[in-house]
Design a binder for this molecule. Structure first.
Ligand code: IPE
Ligand code: IPE
Ligand code: MG
Length: 255
């Protein structure tokens, strides 16, 4: 019985993987990981249980993205607006990076994953920042998947800060107004070392961007699912990539 189940499961896995082609894998996938609280509520659990299980989905998705040949995975973990939540929940979320890295860093090292943070550093608790910095340092020489945690990230804040820094350079004479180009603005964003996302996924059925990578998503393909983040599995990533591969990206031109 167990064996029959196992072979059915293997068959099932193979079939979903066959539905995507190895030639057109999105280089950069960004995910708005949403629905942790509602997942927990549905099971009669406290919201933080949703965040705890969301962490397992982060691990699964990173491994799955690596297996599919995705080069950059960017995960929206905490927005600049999420400080509005109750202190207990915020404190819990701020402890998750440490816990995640304690549990998973060794395996991610083995998989050659490079970890980095994208977000405002100044008002993060020191322990959260230390955990992210340590992960970034330890994985700095890895050459595999680049895993970026958007933590204390807000796109309007990012764009505002980049305008301030360009403005300061104009004021001190190191740049002139004519130097302002799309490339210059891009190079002042927190994501300056990342290509634009090819595919954006949002879980939990919400159809909005919630201040995530507004500049960078200009021509990304968007994919939404009703699945809550803690339920997200490799098969959902494959489903999203399969849909991505059916899309025609025109960038405003004609084919
Ligand atoms: C996403 O899940 C995680 C964060 C925003 C930190 P939520 O906590 O937003 O879960 P819902 O949307 O309330 O279900
Ligand atoms: C977006 O989710 C932020 C993260 C996933 C980290 P939210 O749950 O905060 O977004 P809204 O409030 O539904 O727009
Ligand atoms: Mg939410």
């Amino acid at each position: 019985m167990i064996n029959r189940l196992r072979s059915w499961w293997k068959q099932e896995q193979k079939q979903t993987e066959l539905s995507i082609s190895a030639d057109n894998i999105p280089q950069h996938v960004a995910i708005i990981m949403d629905g942790n609280g509602r997942w927990a509520k549905r099971l009669g659990l406290p919201r933080v249980a949703g965040h705890q299980n969301g962490m397992k989905a982060v691990k699964r998705t990173t491994i799955a993205a690596d297996e599919l040949g995705i080069k950059y995975l960017t995960l929206y973990a905490f927005s600049t607006e999420n400080w509005k939540r109750p202190k207990d929940e915020v404190d819990f979320l701020m402890r998750l990076p440490q816990e995640f890295l304690k549990l998973e860093l060794e395996e991610l090292m083995e998989k050659n994953v490079r970890i980095q943070m994208m977000g405002l550093e100044n008002n993060l608790p020191q322990h959260t920042l230390n955990a992210m910095n340590e992960a970034a340092e330890r994985t700095a020489n890895n050459t595999g998947l680049v895993l970026t945690f958007a933590l204390n990230y807000g796109s309007r804040n990012e764009i505002t800060e980049s305008m301030r820094s360009i403005g300061a350079k104009i004021a001190d004479g190191s740049l002139s107004v004519d130097d302002i180009t799309e490339e210059l603005i891009q190079s002042h964003l927190l994501s300056s070392n990342l290509p634009d996302p090819d595919l954006l996924i949002r879980t939990s059925g919400e159809l909005r961007l919630s201040n995530f990578m507004l500049w960078q998503l200009a021509y990304s393909e968007l994919w939404f699912t009703n699945i809550y983040w803690p339920e997200f599995k490799k098969k959902h990533l494959i489903e999203a990539v399969a849909e991505y591969q059916r899309r025609t990206r025109r960038y405003g031109g004609l084919l």
